[in-house]
Design a protein. Structure first.
Length: 497
């Protein structure tokens, strides 16, 4: 009996051990298979279900292959807000937050409609609907950055993008937009054994094809304005310590112009693809759109280039004549790339994409977040990768920088308005254009620097010390102009002049 029981126990134990071993083997095999699958997933980040080409401007077509990125991109339509900017469904007039903007832009289209920024999904729609376009004539060059326009350039240039770029620049905004609609998108058609494409009319905001090669998905720059501008910058004597590829090109024989798509590093390209549009440029009706980088990227280097530039009619460069003072003044666009270039992040090799499109994990996938937005809405992934501090501490540091910039900017604006008051007073008193020349030159300098900061979308964060310097110069020039106007109001001085 005891032997029978002992044998039974032994059998039970053997069965239990066998079962446990089988379970362990199953779990180990499952783990290994999962690891293998995740590795394969990481090696093959997407399955090319459809083909896209250089003419596919509709991002939804690309979204079939790159669904994660497309899903993120669509979120740029969502409402979001930070203290000094946002993406409202119906963004408020920026001039309501900064009333002095309307007076600074007197006589210019920005005085009638200047709204807060929204996400990339709205970049074309907002341009089409602004009163600056619907109530004032605008050139077709405005579409250079607001639409997926390269196929239109290619079509209009007979295959040459730069010729098409020059041709579209001669059209009105309405005419140019009609050309973009006509070009439309070449969308892949599913099914069958061969890839076919269907032409669909319509215009799209900046799309995947503008930053990615459809064959390799490598980053690239496509905008003619940027390509010409970065070539001029490379050929300039301005130091570019944050762009090693330019410094390296300069040390070479310079037999061919600098080519960002061939010469730049991949990390530099993560700034260049954004720098195609988030820059200062001229897009008015008097000449072809250009980036003013021939002397460098600093505010005074751009100003010096503008001062030297002559329109085809021989007149010196200016954006418009100020309605109150009569000064020929400059209008800054949105010089994020130029301002970033002067900051610590640029010198540390941190690019736009690192903060505004940080990497994230989805399973085994490492994906660049295409929900382009303020890092303040994504501090854990945008900031804490490099800065190991609490979110509240990082937020407080940014708030301090932006609040100081905001205060300085308002002081600069107050100084500019005092200058305008002075000009108005002496004009009424009969001051001549010759007498006002010095005052108006100082207004041009002061207003340019204030607008350079006001139009830049980081409230100083991209380069805090540089921004403070620029605003300090603006205040100084404005107060000099105010003083010069007061001197003209003194009878003895006015008579001498």
């Amino acid at each position: 009996m005891s032997e029978s029981r002992s044998g039974s126990r032994r059998t039970t134990w053997l069965l239990a051990i066998t079962a446990i071993s089988a379970v362990m083997v199953f779990l180990v095999v499952a783990l290994l298979m999962s690891i293998f699958e995740r590795k394969q997933e990481a090696r093959n980040p997407y399955v090319r279900l459809v083909e896209v080409n250089e003419e596919t401007t509709d991002p939804a077509a690309w979204g079939v292959n790159w669904a994660r990125e497309y899903d993120d991109y669509k979120r740029t339509a969502e409402v979001s807000r930070t203290r000094f900017g946002g993406s409202e469904a119906l963004p408020a007039e920026k001039a309501k937050a900064f009333p002095w903007l309307t007076r600074m832009f007197a006589g210019y289209a920005f005085a009638i409609d200047y709204r807060d920024r929204r996400g990339h999904a709205y970049m074309l729609q907002d341009q089409e609907q602004t009163k600056r376009v619907t109530e004032r004539p605008q050139p077709g060059s405005c579409l250079h950055c607001h639409a997926s326009v390269i196929p239109t350039y290619r079509r209009m240039g007979g295959g040459d993008v730069f010729k098409g770029f020059d041709a579209l620049n001669t059209l009105s905004y309405g005419e140019a937009r009609a050309e973009v609609v006509r070009t439309g998108s070449s969308n892949p058609v599913a099914g069958g054994t061969a890839t076919t494409f269907q032409h669909v009319e319509g215009a799209h905001p900046v799309s995947c094809v503008d930053c990615h090669d459809p064959r390799s998905m490598e980053l690239r720059v496509t905008r003619p304005g940027f390509i010409r501008g970065i070539q001029a910058l490379a050929a300039s004597p301005a130091p570019m310590p944050h762009l090693e590829s330019i410094e390296r090109w300069r040390r070479g024989n310079r037999s061919t112009p600098y080519d960002p798509n061939a010469d730049a590093s991949r990390q530099e390209m993560r700034a260049f693809v954004c720098g195609q549009c988030h820059v200062e440029y001229y897009c008015g009706p008097k000449t072809t759109l250009f980036f003013p980088w021939n002397n460098g990227l600093k505010v005074e280097q751009i100003e010096s280039y503008y001062d030297q530039f002559k329109f085809p009619d021989g007149h010196r460069f200016y954006d418009w004549t100020h309605a109150e003072s009569g000064a020929e003044v400059l209008k800054a666009q949105h010089p994020e790339f130029e301002t970033w270039s002067q900051g610590i992040h640029a010198r540390s090799g941190v690019t736009c994409a690192d903060c505004h499109m940080p990497y994230k994990r989805e399973g085994a996938m490492k994906v660049s977040d295409h929900w382009v937005r303020s890092p303040l809405l994504n501090i854990s992934r945008a900031c804490q990768v490099c800065h190991p501090y609490a979110e509240s501490e990082i937020q407080a540091r940014v708030d301090a920088i932006q609040e100081r910039t905001h205060t300085l900017m308002n002081r600069s604006a107050a100084a500019l308005l005092d200058l305008l008051d002075g000009v108005t007073a002496v004009r009424k008193a009969g001051a001549t254009e010759a007498q006002l020349a010095e005052v108006l030159a100082l207004q041009r300098k002061a207003q340019w620097r204030l607008d350079f900061v006001a139009a830049e979308n980081s409230m100083g964060f991209h380069a805090p010390q540089e921004t403070a310097r620029v605003l300090a110069e603006s205040i100084d020039y404005a107060r000099q102009g105010q003083l010069a106007a007061k001197m003209l109001a003194m009878p003895a001085v006015a008579a001498h002049k």
